[in-house]
Design a protein around this ligand. Structure first.
Ligand code: SF4
Length: 189
């Protein structure tokens, strides 16, 4: 369990960011399911089109094993306002601000942890056309794999974290998840 003073120091640094809700968790509280992967495969137009999505991210079991190397998790939400919540393209575009905040949180956390794996909602859209599968990811340091693409059950994650979906009216809730490997020595950050 992360030390209370480290949590408090990090939470203070986050106060200037538009994070709506957050929670610290242990990684083994995160639920994975093949059913989520089935939905990716059968319903998502991004399946097989990005290194941030399946099958590029590996099997659900590989994703689960990758996540288990990190003991702590930080889950958070941001909320975007769109003109038309039924317009999926507009909803997808509203993700850019959330991704930027996810990267900022990763940057704030970076000095305090041995290693961080940051996941975000939906597929990576950093390049106009993803290099998948012909070549390696062009920006692995900036790319954020998709939470659902890892097979993570987001409603269960939200429930365990006590975080609510604010998908009412024209509001869209975006989830972010940082998996954190603690330093062996006391973190100075
Ligand atoms: S950074 Fe570019 S190459 Fe990498 S996953 Fe995103 S879109 Fe694809």
């Amino acid at each position: 369990m992360l030390k209370k003073n480290l949590r408090e120091a990090l939470e203070e640094k986050l106060m200037e960011l538009p994070v709506v809700e957050y929670q610290w968790m242990e990684t083994d509280q995160i639920e994975f399911s093949e059913k989520v992967r089935y939905i990716c495969r059968t319903e998502c137009p991004r399946y097989g089109k990005s290194w941030s999505c399946p099958p590029g991210v590996g099997s659900v079991e590989e994703c689960r094993e990758r996540c288990r190397k990190y003991s702590e998790a930080f889950v958070f939400t941001t909320v975007a306002e769109v003109a038309d919540a039924e317009n999926l393209e507009e909803v997808f575009r509203s993700k850019a601000g959330h991704e930027e905040i996810t990267r900022q949180i990763r940057q704030i956390f970076a000095p305090c942890f041995e290693e961080i794996l940051a996941l975000s909602g939906d597929s990576c859209s950093l390049c106009e056309r993803c290099s998948y599968p012909e070549g390696p990811c062009r920006r692995p340091e900036a790319m954020l794999p998709c939470i659902e693409g890892y097979g993570i059950v987001v409603p269960a994650l939200a429930e365990k974290a006590g975080i609510s979906f604010l998908n009412q009216g024209n509001l869209v809730t975006w989830f972010g998840l940082l998996l954190l490997k603690e330093k062996e020595e006391d973190a100075v950050c």
